[in-house]
Write a protein that binds this ligand. Structure first.
Ligand SMILES: [Zn+2]
Length: 97
């Protein structure tokens, strides 16, 4: 079921032609090597879940290729997107997962 983006979600202008999505860190238990980064996909109407590349916030944008690139009509089909970490995943957005 496609939902609307949560209120307060951050957006960025295009970055060298490739979209930049706000990424929110979801902390996993200490025994896990990495946290997760969650980015809202307006095409899928849900958060995409990516690896967080460790347990500390990323200082640089990282390029990702989401699953919906396999669908031609996805806005990310050719380019993928960059994730830009903006902060922790808000607890009040849990219902979007
Ligand atoms: Zn998607």
């Amino acid at each position: 079921m496609k939902k609307r983006a949560p209120e307060g979600l951050a957006y960025f202008d295009p970055y060298e032609g490739t979209p930049v999505l706000a990424a929110y860190r979801q902390t996993l238990p200490d025994q896990r090597d990495t946290d997760l980064l969650l980015a809202w996909c307006s095409f899928c109407g849900k958060f995409h879940i990516h690896g967080g590349q460790g347990k500390t916030p990323l200082q640089h944008d990282t390029h990702r290729r989401p699953h919906c690139v396999l669908r031609d009509e996805s806005p990310y089909a050719r380019s993928g997107y960059f994730l830009r970490e903006v902060g922790p995943f808000p607890k009040e957005w849990d219902s979007y997962l």
